[in-house]
Design a protein around this ligand. Structure first.
Ligand code: GLN
Length: 243
């Protein structure tokens, strides 16, 4: 089996080393004997979404988001077709915001891809902290770090998880991220997938099942160190004991 992973605009959207997520996906495939090819795309390069099985859109500053949004609008139709055909996407922070209708800052309104019915507006102060979620998608809690000025409103869409510690989408609703078809958007930065291997496997499984049109049971890997780190963060911040 083989997965083709598309990394969109890593030069511009790679805040806090979001590309570490690509390394995690690749390794977890290879450890199971699944071939993983990474195709990186620069701004303006044509993208054939029909050749991709998993797409990563990383985080960026407001300035970088403004730079990429114009180009993203040009590929919007193809990207939307990919999403509506259950293409797998993981979009992080700035990339997450760009999935929606717009991201409004004090300076300007950055138009989004309109792939998911949601929007983002800058609020007072930045939401910066560790964050812990409970998600329906995976058994383990999802742990990470958030740093965003935007507040995201997901208009009744399903969230990635309930916030146990931290701010999440808007600092009010205690919801974090969005799940739409096989698209996951989240504010959790940097090593999201290495810290949350079950989420990495969720994406790999979805992508393989879509490609090969059958149920895929992924071979279990030794995640004892990742699990230990995850449990430590969970207990430190959420104040709850793992069951
Ligand atoms: N520029 C956006 C914000 O501050 C996203 C930043 C990020 O990707 N961390 O809300």
């Amino acid at each position: 089996m083989k997965l083709v992973i598309g990394h969109l605009y890593p030069d511009l959207l790679n805040l806090y080393g979001d590309r570490g997520n690509i390394a995690c996906l690749t390794k977890r495939c290879q450890w199971r004997g699944i071939e993983a090819e990474v195709r990186t795309f620069e701004l303006g390069e044509p993208i054939d979404f029909t050749k991709l099985d998993l797409v990563l859109l990383g985080g960026g500053s407001d300035r970088e988001q403004m730079l990429v949004c114009q180009k993203l609008r040009e590929i919007r139709k193809d990207f939307q077709e990919y999403v509506e055909k259950d293409g797998v996407v993981i979009a992080i922070c700035g990339g997450y915001q760009l999935l929606g209708k717009y991201y409004k800052t004090d300076q300007r309104t950055i138009p989004g891809l309109e792939l998911v019915d949601m929007y983002t507006e800058q609020g007072e102060g930045r939401l910066i902290d560790n964050i812990v979620l409970k998600s329906d998608l995976v058994e383990m809690p999802i742990v990470g770090f958030e740093n965003h000025g935007g507040r995201t409103y997901i208009n009744g869409n399903r969230s990635l998880g309930k916030v146990l510690y931290g701010s999440g989408n808007d600092g009010q609703t205690k919801e974090e991220g969005v799940v739409y078809r096989n698209v996951i958007g989240t504010y959790l930065h940097g090593p999201l997938l290495p810290k949350n291997p079950q989420l990495a496997d969720y994406l790999i499984k979805k992508a393989l099942e879509r490609k090969y049109q059958r149920e895929i049971i992924l071979e279990k890997l030794d995640d004892s160190q990742e699990e230990e780190a995850n449990t430590y963060v969970f207990q430190r911040f959420s104040g709850e004991k793992e069951k």
